[in-house]
Design a protein around this ligand. Structure first.
Ligand code: PEP
Ligand code: MN
Length: 346
């Protein structure tokens, strides 16, 4: 439920609303706003409670309107949080109208030499975030599972050497602390999107969380997964569209749902990043989909790049070469300037 105040409502008017909500056993959320303030009730209300509260709150002075929020997520919604979330790490702003964020790096950390070479390219390109998996969610238990803590140490070292923000996946709740010691952003993979104990633990850690959309997750399920992290008092969540289960696997690995970008931006304040690498599974499609992601309004992209994709231990088919990555990042930077000029036209 959302209680919209009239223009000119004072702190006392807000507090009167807050008091009624508390009397009814709910914790209100006072929403920031310049001239039109609002108070939200994130809890689900029974029909009786809803009618009751609607009547009482609606009769209070300076309450303009009491509305039912139509969406099941609250903390993730733009309605409850009209200011867009911006996360600042190592002096770089992610989301919230900041510069377009480019995250690049190999699927897996394979060795110091491999990851340092990738870090060098990412740094040179002007991208801000270095990615690499140390714990890999693989379809087969016989496939390369990642270097685990050794991989995390490599990520930390290359992150320190390059000054880049680092991100790596955490697959289980008991490893949140360990991964969080080494990297700046915790990635929660598509397969783990509804691992609720993991979401809660990542929420408790306070570390920024990069949440990938599950292959079959609806938008509501995706935002409710983000809600789990936010509900732990951790406001730093980034959403990642990485493709959903495809109708046809013979041409692409997944179906990149680019329409999810404007949808998520319309309903949520959280930054939205697109992963065209897992979204297509094919290196030669990554460039066009990354450019499309920017045009669609994404706050950033995550792109897999390997110093030598032919010998990659995972996801080589979708990894860009360093040359392709440098070309793409330069194009994205140019496209960003072009779009800014377009936006500023009267
Ligand atoms: C990855 O980023 O390497 C990865 C495993 O992604 P996803 O969870 O989207 O499959
Ligand atoms: Mn991968």
């Amino acid at each position: 439920m959302l209680i919209l105040m009239r223009v000119g409502a004072t702190e006392d008017h807000i507090q009167a609303v807050v008091a009624v909500i508390r009397q009814h056993g709910h914790e209100p959320l006072v929403l920031p706003g310049e001239d039109r303030r609002a108070v939200g009730i994130p809890d689900a209300l029974s029909p009786d409670e809803r009618i009751n509260l609607e009547t009482i709150l609606g009769s209070l002075e300076f309450v303009s309107k009491v509305t039912q929020t139509s969406r099941p997520y609250k903390l993730a919604s733009l309605e409850f949080h009209p200011e867009r979330t911006q996360i600042t790490l190592k002096g770089v702003q992610l989301g919230g109208g900041g510069p377009f964020v480019i995250m690049g790096g190999p699927c897996s950390v394979e060795s110091y030499e491999q990851f340092a070479a990738a870090g060098e390219i990412v740094k040179q390109s002007g991208a801000q975030v270095l990615r690499g998996g140390a714990f890999k969610p693989r379809s087969s238990p016989y496939a390369f599972q990642g270097l685990a803590e050794e991989g995390l140490k490599i990520i930390k070292q290359v992150g320190d050497e390059t000054g880049l923000i680092t991100i790596s996946e955490v697959m289980s709740p008991d490893l949140v602390g360990l991964v969080g010691e080494y990297v700046d952003i915790l990635q929660i993979g598509a397969r783990s999107m509804q691992n609720f104990p993991l979401l809660i633990e990542a929420g408790k850690s306070g570390k920024p969380v990069f949440l990938k959309r599950g292959p079959s997750a609806t938008i509501d399920e995706f935002l409710l997964a983000a809600e789990y992290v936010l509900a732990q008092g951790n406001p730093n969540v980034l959403l990642c569209e990485r493709g959903v289960a495809p109708l046809d696997r013979s041409y692409t690995r997944n179906t990149l749902d680019l329409a999810a970008v404007p949808v998520l931006k319309e309903h949520s304040h959280l930054p939205v990043v697109v992963d065209p690498s897992h979204g297509t599974g094919v290196a030669r499609y990554v460039r066009s989909m990354a450019r499309a992601a920017m045009v669609a309004g994404a706050d950033g992209v995550m792109v897999e790049m390997h110093p030598n994709p032919k010998v990659a231990l995972s996801d080589g088919a979708q990894a860009l070469t360093p040359e392709q990555f440098l070309r793409l990042t330069a194009e994205l930077q140019e496209l960003e300037r072009f779009l800014a000029a377009l936006e500023s036209r009267p």
